[in-house]
Design a protein around this ligand. Structure first.
Ligand code: GTP
Ligand code: MG
Length: 202
């Protein structure tokens, strides 16, 4: 899929202020600093579209980006960010849960996981939360430029094994790097395929 236009639409403090639109939405979630905003820039091929930072906790609102005037990329705040105060953490958790469960236009949620890490409890808890609420999601391993191909394959295989212990069904899995653009074509084809199937239903 060709990205012809990519534009910032708005930042929303909660579900109630999200755009009144029927365009399909593809949102990015995961721990702070996992690379959500960088991946949005990589997919859209617009370097400064979503704000990134080496300091965790950069994204604190629900940020909408319109792609090709036909669908949205949605950048969400990270979860499990320990350095913000308790009230902010509770507010972000509520915002994320309300958006992921309550936003009817959410077509697919990409759950980002740092490919270098062992499965983390808060990621597994969040995946279980999504499964329990029947939220459509896929897994995206990020920062693949930071480890060898063999280590990456072993880490993904281990993750699948852990998930298989809890779920009969495994979600689609992608491996990406915002540095090398690995996974970009795969993610765009996946999004295009879903967009086409939605159009055919209409
Ligand atoms: P919050 O908004 O704070 O939740 O973080 P985020 O998940 O949006 O992460 P962000 O995209 O801001 O990236 C965090 C840091 O990781 C930045 O320093 C990025 O440059 C770096 N980073 C992100 N993706 C990659 C990647 O694929 N490879 C490498 N080497 N670094 C990356
Ligand atoms: Mg961010």
């Amino acid at each position: 899929m060709l990205i012809k236009t990519a534009e910032f639409v708005k930042s929303c403090p909660g579900l109630a202020s999200c755009p009144c639109s029927e365009k399909p939405e593809y949102a990015f979630i995961g721990r702070s600093n996992v690379g959500k905003s960088s991946l949005i820039n990589m997919i859209s091929a617009r370097k400064g579209l979503a704000m990134t930072s080496s300091k965790p906790g950069k994204t604190l609102l629900i940020n909408y980006f319109d792609i090709n005037n036909s669908w949205y990329l949605v950048d969400l705040p990270g979860y499990g960010f320990a350095s913000v105060d308790k009230d902010t953490r509770a507010r972000l958790k509520r915002m994320i849960e309300e958006y992921t469960v309550g936003r009817m236009q959410l077509t697919n949620l990409f759950v980002l996981l740092d490919c270098r890490l062992e499965p983390q409890k808060n990621d597994l808890d969040f995946i279980n939360f999504l499964g329990g609420h029947e939220v459509p999601f896929s897994l995206v391993f990020t920062k693949t430029d930071k480890i060898s191909k063999s280590k990456l394959a072993a880490n993904i295989a281990h993750y699948k094994e852990v998930l298989s212990g809890q779920w009969e069904w495994l979600p689609p899995i992608f491996a990406t790097s915002s540095e090398t653009k690995e996974g970009r074509e795969e993610l765009l084809s996946y999004i295009e395929q879903i967009n086409n199937s939605i159009e055919n239903q209409e």
